[in-house]
Every structure is written in structure tokens, then in C-alpha cells.
Design a protein around this ligand. Sequence first.
Ligand code: 5RP
Length: 223
Amino acid sequence: MDQNALKQAAAQAAIAYVPDNTIIGVGTGSTVNFFIAELAKIATRIKAAVSSSEASTKLLKEAGIEVLELNDAGTLSIYVDGADEITHHMHMIKGGGAALTREKIVAAASEKFVCIADQSKLVDVLGKFPLPVEVIPMARSYVARELVKLGGHPEWRMKDGKAVVTDNGNWILDVRGMAITNPVSVEVAINQIAGVVTNGLFARRGADVALLASPDGVRKLGA
Ligand code: 5RP
């Protein structure tokens, strides 16, 4: 089974968690793209979606799903999103796709977070995947120095020789070398640095359910 088939299996399993006639939150990434394709098949069952990125908004609209601003939507029934790493405690690293800030906001506004991923994302300790930190551009160098003091090795995210710019107009630092044994306190500590918009640790508000696909089937963690 290739990785795309696993992502699709996790995405299909998440459809069972979508309540009828509600507004749902939709994340970002290749696994979520499969979820949006599944959602298209049941589009009439939901009221609308709130999206965590311009990329997902485009796909949702193409699938015939109405996309609302979060400010007009109130509390969302569920939020479905992928992860770069997830632990058995349901703490995650996210932001490989640079959408971490909007993802964190939409997740916070949702009653239930359903994480969809292939089984390879399950880890004992977070931090092998570089931790993304979204920064206000003028603070990049200062924030990087502060992250070094916390034991990390920050690297300015580039693509094709240019700084990656988030949907919010900011930059990303990817922090290597952090074995994150206490994700809640690391999440809080990094968010205290002036100039940090947010970091990709989803520990204070982790996932409620994780649907992890392997060749043996989709394993569920959480309630
Ligand atoms: C984007 C994210 C994604 O959820 C994360 O990177 C996982 O992506 P994929 O499903 O492509 O593996 O946080 O900012």
C-alpha cells in the first residue's frame, strides 16, 4: 500500500465523524486534500466549512462546498487536519505546509479535533520533524537567537531561493534539534518570544481523535 492510499484511507475514515448540518473546520495538506475529495461526496450533508488556508479554500470551493469566514461561523462541530508528528498523548507538530497559525485558530474554535495521518506520523517523542515557528518578518533574527537559547537550531524556510511567505504575510523558522519531552511548556515558552505569531506545537489543544492508517487498517486513538 503506498502512502497516498494510506492517507486516503485515513481521510475516508474521518467522514464518519462529520456531523450532519453543521459547519466544520478543514485543515491543510496532502492528507486533508483526500479528505476534501471525500467531503465533496457528502457536500449536501454539511452546512459549510471554515478553511485553514488559501489552498484548502480553493479546493473546498472547487468541490462545491461553501467556505465561511471564521468570524461568521461561531463554534465549529469538528476540525479535521493532518499532522507532521503525533504522540500517544495526542500532542502534535504541525505546520509542514506553513498553515500552522490558521490551523491553530480553527482548531481552537472547534469542539473536536480529528487528526488524520498515516501510521508513520506516530512518534514517542516530538521533535525529529523540525518545529515550524511563524514569525513577523522584522523579528526573524531576534526570534532565531532566542530559539537558540532554548536549545534549537532554527533555519529560515526557503523555497526556490525565496523566503516562504505564509497566508498571513509572515515567515517560517524551522527549528531542528529539539527533543520535545514537555510539549505544553515548550509551546508556551516559544509563544512568549516577542515576534512569534505561533509555533507548530499543538499540545495545549491537541487532537481528540487520531485516525492512523496502516496496511492493516485504520487505527483509532482517543475518544
Ligand atoms: C500544514 C500541516 C499539515 O497538516 C501537515 O504538514 C501534514 O501534512 P500532510 O498531510 O501533507 O502530511 O500542518 O501546515
